[in-house]
Design a protein around this ligand. Sequence first.
Ligand SMILES: *Cc1c(COP(=O)(O)O)cnc(C)c1O
Length: 315
Amino acid sequence: MDLINYQATPIQKMSENQNNNTFFIKRDDLFPVSFGGNKARKALLFFEDLTSEKSDCVVTYGSSRSNHCRVIANIAASKGMSCYIISPSESSDPTSNSTMIELFGAFVTLCPVSKVSITIDSKMKELKEKGYKPYFIQGGGHGEIGTQSYVNAYEEIRDYEKVTGMYFDYIFLTTGTGTTQAGLVCGKTLHGDEREIIGISNARKNPYGSQVVLDSVNSYLLNKNEVPLGSEAVSFIDNYILDGYGSHNDEIKQTIRSILINDGIPMDATYTGKAFWGMKEYIYKNDITRKNILFIHTGGTPLFFDNLEDLKNER
Ligand SMILES: *Cc1c(COP(=O)(O)O)cnc(C)c1O
């Protein structure tokens, strides 16, 4: 697996034209490693770090639906490296991702969600005692390195603007641990750009959700000797989480169907499709018109196939 040579992911115009806005999408779902997505973009940098640390196996955390665990297990397998995944027994139903994780030969340890951090610690200790040098990656690829990968994506967006002469007034994305959003906000801050970056939460509520993003932003900026930002620097919108992680409604399904038909782009009901719907609600509510809007497609293609049967049904 060639993890170094990749070009910027494509940015393309969409058929959506709500409120006379022009919509574009950055296809990070086409990031060319293991079905792409933000977890693949983050993983690339984690494995660079793992290699420079001379680690020989990897430990991470996530549910059976986790895009992150699928990507990490895939890259580890391509390197002939053992991968250990700690997974909450509460959400261990088989999915496309968990099937691939199995196929990649990752070792999955199930435990109750309350025992996760203790189980990670004991797995790390066990591996070290056996003479291995394990590398730990936080769930979702959270942390400074994950943030860096979206500072890089922000640079790609600026390069696109330079080449085309256009400017995105808004960047929208679905946000979970907030690492992806934090990277984009850091990129914007380093350049002193004015545009708005709006995270549509897929699970977390404020004030916690936005605080985690701000903490990631400021830990990155402080490391670069930059001035830390105040809470107004982070737009973390928690109005569209419905009943929490994974919860969705018919309007989200309709949004996904219409984007699939009109643009040929797959989205899912937990992350991208839910956020695209939330973005449109937000645009309507805030009467945003005649702007250039960029939506980041953060991936999750295997989840699209998990949801496909459900998408067929009108209700
Ligand atoms: C994990 C994930 C997110 C959330 O990314 P964060 O950096 O944790 O906010 C968004 N979209 C998809 C498809 C994901 O798998």
